[in-house]
Structures are given as C-alpha cells and as structure tokens.
Ligand binder design. Sequence first.
Ligand SMILES: [Zn+2]
Length: 312
Amino acid sequence: MMITMPKYIESKILLVIEFVVVNSLYLLSIITYYRIIYNGPGSPLDYPQLRLNNSENPFDSNHQPAQKPPEFMTIHTLKLNQGFRYCNKCKCWKPDRTHHCSSSGKCILKMDHYCPWFSTCIGFFNYKFFIQFLSYVAIYSWIILGITIYIIYNLLVTEKYKDEYLTINLILLCVISFTFALAVVFFVCFSLYLVSKNLSTIEFQEQRWNYRGGNVYEFDRNGKQKRLANIFDLGVRENFKQVFGDSILEWILPIDINYKIANAGFKNGINFKVNEDVYKRWCENAELQNQLNDQLAEYKNRVRREREEYVV
Ligand SMILES: [Zn+2]
C-alpha cells in the first residue's frame, strides 16, 4: 500500500498524513492486542484477601463459608438480603459483577465474555483495551477501504487500466477491508452502547432474557411490576469515564487506568459506584419483600394454630 500510493496521490502532505495515520493505527492495534492478553481480565484470585481460607474445608456444615469476606470488599458490595457471594470452584469470594467462566475455569471480575480470538476472557482490566482495539481496527479498515476504492476509481476514470493491470491484491484488499469495516463497526457500536449503559454483555443478556433471575423488579403505584433500573448506571458521561478514564489522552490511547490493589477505590474491579436513587429503591424493595415474607409467615402460623384448635 505504501509503495502503491505515491503513484496515485500527488500531494506529498496527504501522503505523509496517510502514512502517519495508518501506521499509528496499526501500531496501536498491536499494543492493545498485547495489553488485552498481558493485562488479562482480572480475577478475585489475584487478590489473596479474597481467597477462602487455605484450610482443607473452608465451608461449614451448611455449605456456607466459615469466614466473613474482607472489609475492602464489603464496604461497597451490594449485599441486601442475598448474602455475600462466593465461588465453590475457585474457593473465593465473588465481588459484584464477577462471574465464573467455564472456558477459562475461574472467576472473572466484571466478566464480559470469553473471546476465542484472544484466547482469554474480556473483563474489568482489559475491557477498555478490547474496545480500543476494535475501534482502531474499524478506523484502519475504513481508511484502507477508502484508499483502495480511490485507487480503483482512479484507474477506471483515467482509463489507466488500458496500460496497467488491476492487481488481484488490490481487489482482495478492497473486499477484505469492506468485510472487516462493516463487521467490526457493528461490534464497536454495540460495545459503546453497553458502555453508555454501564452493562457488561452478561448483564445485558440477563436484562434482556431475565436469565437466572438477574433482574430486580419493583411495583409502581398501580401495582404493576416493572424492571428496576440498572444500579451501576451513573449517566452516560460517568459511565464512559469509568471505563476509559478522565482525560482525552486516556480515551484515545491504551493507557491503563486501573490497579490490582485492594485499596484502589473503584479502580480494582471489586468495588463499583452505584446510582444512589436506584440503590435507595433496591433497599426499599428489599425491605418490602422482608415485610411481605414476615406477614406471610405470620399468616401461615395463624392458619396452622386455628386448624389445631379446631381439631382439639
Ligand atoms: Zn469461580
């Protein structure tokens, strides 16, 4: 491409810009590809504090962990009435948004999906690089597509094809870049949509298909059941900042913004900021549910007592 271009573009400045942009995108794609694999998605097992005791049997007779989770996990974890989550297979505590991945055989922090292209999971620590990689490849593909179309168009319009052949490489490049441009752009748009809603792919599926009861419901004034909003949704701007960082440079370059240390605030994949309004409604619902359960238990007891008295 770099050798062919000077034949078709006369402006030196345009050639330099094209050279710099295309090569920068290529380099950035390689760096992000490397970071996706090198950084990895992150797992609770990376934090020794989250491992359940190394003793032979960390679970008690009720199959519950015999110990309490560490404080740095419980400060922000959404417990409500479900109790703290843990993984039997990894023998570790499961922070919010963590899922056990059957492909890689361990728990993944803010798991998104398992990606066979990288042979690793996409999770909290490599999610940003994954989206950046897709974006670089998408822009790169569109530029290459534009250049090849320009060259082919030039050959046809100036009737140069009478003197020189249209190479098969050029046609192939045009077709491949067109396929990639379309497919990757679709993934980029979908990923950016999920970032704007602060949802991982798994959470998106849970919401859509009500998979494993992932949804929390509330009742409106007319007693109609409706799905409660995503508790991690902090508004589009804040959602993007959580994934990409605060500055423009962090957004466009593969700069790591997270830390694998326990006291890294909301940057360790264990603690997540929650939407205070939704959290309040979650708590109210949990309280209502508790009251309902108590009333139901009391009613059952009363019916049983009355039946016993009647028999006597
Ligand atoms: Zn696990």
